[in-house]
Write a protein that binds this ligand. Structure first.
Ligand code: SF4
Length: 353
């Protein structure tokens, strides 16, 4: 581990007043500092030209400002942009910009690696290294926004973007940094994002869902299932599979009702594993009449095992079973198949993790 200082970007907006007070600076200096860090996404002390030079030097001696070193940027034929960032301790995380019809979606990581061991996921292969710090989450968003501003996506005249916690890691396992990052993202003195533009994607650990329910952050929720019954789910998602499907779905439904938002169920379609019509019928029975919609995601092959995506007709047949049962179901390509855009693939190729 390198000798890192505390990360200034990890502070929630209200804490900046304490930084200026501790230095004997007036309150408005703390506001200016916060505006540079959270409002403008400053990555260099020199950019903060309205702060006294001596205070900037003191701050630089006590705090780290930037935590991510861009190491790779790939652009897919479909416009998906994938980023690999090196952290201060030498580990790596990935983030992705996904072009949507009227905005961009930023897919960000919450952990280095992941403990959830899902069979279809490259991130799972290296296990969990650590949670990200709140500032490391925020800096991913700010760097992606800067990239979008520097190189606008065709047809996206504006700067609007959504954020999904669907990159590396199980966000509800990294609850404390996630909660702080959400606070910074949604605070008008932070990133000022609408809660409606934020989505947490979880594999559904019981403790994490219960924590989310209690905290009620009001952001969107996606529950990744990978099996409509406990046995098949455990085969593909051994750790999340310890929480029974029915319980995970119940908790997610309670959260969605409290937040006034329909919950998304993400279903990765894997040939011969999760694409059977019997599974589709079980899933339909589980969700029918409840406030869920389903995203069917044909898997991105990892090229080192026998798992692959089903043929298009099987995907459509699976969708039809859900639709016939009155469950809204959409087919979603994960995008960027030509650039290792599935979670964890780029990091694995570049670092061997
Ligand atoms: S799919 Fe998500 S929860 Fe499962 S191992 Fe990959 S990063 Fe972790």
């Amino acid at each position: 581990m390198s000798e890192s200082k505390p990360l200034l970007r990890s502070l929630v907006p209200a804490a900046f007043a304490g930084v200026s007070a501790a230095a004997g600076q007036p309150r408005y200096r703390g506001d200016q500092l916060r505006h540079w860090v959270h409002g403008r996404g400053a990555l260099a002390w020199d950019a903060m030209t309205n702060l006294p030079r001596a205070w900037r030097d003191d701050l630089a001696a006590a705090w780290d400002l930037a935590a991510l070193e861009p190491e790779a940027r790939q652009v897919s034929a479909d416009g998906t942009r994938k980023f690999l960032f090196r952290l201060r301790d030498g580990h790596h995380v990935e983030s992705v910009i996904i072009p949507m019809a009227h905005h961009a979606t930023f897919c960000v990581s919450s952990q280095v690696g992941c403990a959830m061991a899902c069979r279809f996921c490259a991130t799972a292969r290296g296990g969990l290294v650590r949670d990200l710090e709140p500032g490391e989450i925020i800096e991913q968003i700010q760097r992606l926004e800067a990239d979008l501003v520097a190189v606008p996506m065709p047809g996206h005249g504006e700067r609007s973007f959504n954020v999904v916690f669907m990159g590396m890691g199980e966000p509800l396992d990294a609850w404390d940094p996630l909660a702080a990052a959400l606070a910074i993202m949604t605070d008008p003195d932070g990133l000022g994002m609408s809660k409606r533009r934020i989505q947490i994607s979880t594999s559904g650990p019981r403790e994490g869902l219960a924590r989310l329910l209690a905290a009620a952050p009001g952001v969107g929720l996606t529950l990744s299932l990978g099996g409509a019954d406990d046995e098949s789910r455990r085969r593909l998602m051994p750790v999340p599979g310890r929480t029974p499907v029915a319980e995970a779905v119940d908790l997610a439904e309670r959260y969605g009702r409290a937040a006034g938002r329909r919950v998304t169920v993400a279903w990765v379609l894997i040939e011969g594993r999760t694409d059977g019509l019997q599974q589709a019928r079980t899933l339909a029975r589980l969700l029918a009449g409840r406030p869920f919609k389903v995203n069917l995601i044909p898997m991105n092959p990892l090229h080192d095992d026998d798992l692959d995506r089903p043929a298009r007709e099987r995907t459509l047949a699976f969708q039809q079973v859900l639709t016939d049962a009155g469950v809204a179901a959409f087919i979603r390509e994960s995008g960027g198949r030509d650039i290792d855009a599935a979670c964890g693939q780029l990091r694995r190729r570049r670092t061997g993790a």
